[in-house]
Design a binder for this molecule. Structure first.
Ligand code: 4NP
Length: 180
């Protein structure tokens, strides 16, 4: 059939840049104090669960600089700690353009983060910049911004991240050429 593209969730993950080094993933949101540090903590745990913790490196950043150096949002860290993740050691960073050439996969939490990252990339590395709901098999869903929300909003973000990141970890396990 002509002109039929596979759904975004069927796109293969970007291949490793350097099969002799770890596969590097950066989770990105706006402020790097709510969603992306939560995504980072959850993905690390899922990666350890599938035995890839020596082969995949995860970090996070925000597209904005307002919170650089700050700890996670208090409600985000409370949710993480309550569910057995580390919510205490994170310090917010702004995404640096130079990281585009270093990361194998950049996971944007929402469509505006995706747009901002792709604008920064200016046509380079677009295939490595993906929406969370695409790599997490959540039909392209966006992670809603919980910044002004309460415990229930952060709890629902955490649940969404756990579902999507467990799918991403399973997909990473199937990547050919993942460094050993
Ligand atoms: P995040 O949430 O992008 O998930 O870290 C936000 C953090 C800060 C702001 C907005 C969202 N802010 O407007 O400062």
């Amino acid at each position: 059939m002509l002109g039929v593209m596979p759904p975004a969730s069927d796109l293969p993950l970007p291949p490793p840049r350097d099969p002799s080094g770890p596969y590097r993933i950066c989770c990105v949101c706006l402020g790097n104090i709510c969603r992306s540090p939560m995504a980072d903590a959850v993905l690390r745990a899922q990666i350890a669960k599938v035995g890839l913790d020596h082969r995949v490196v995860v970090d996070s950043a925000g597209t904005g600089d307002w919170h650089v150096g700050e700890r996670m949002h208090r409600t985000a860290s409370r949710q993480l700690n309550r569910h057995g993740y580390d919510g205490d050691t994170h310090r917010a960073r702004q995404f640096d353009r130079s990281w585009l050439a270093e990361r194998d996969l950049i996971v944007a939490m929402d469509a505006s983060n995706l747009r901002d990252l792709r604008a920064l990339a200016d046509g380079d590395e677009d295939h490595r910049i993906r929406l969370f709901g695409e790599v997490g098999a959540l039909r392209g869903a966006e992670v809603p911004d919980p910044y002004y929300g309460g415990d229930a909003d952060f709890a629902s973000v955490l649940a969404m991240l756990e579902t999507g990141m467990s799918h991403l970890a399973a997909r990473l396990k199937e990547l050919p050429d993942l460094p050993t």
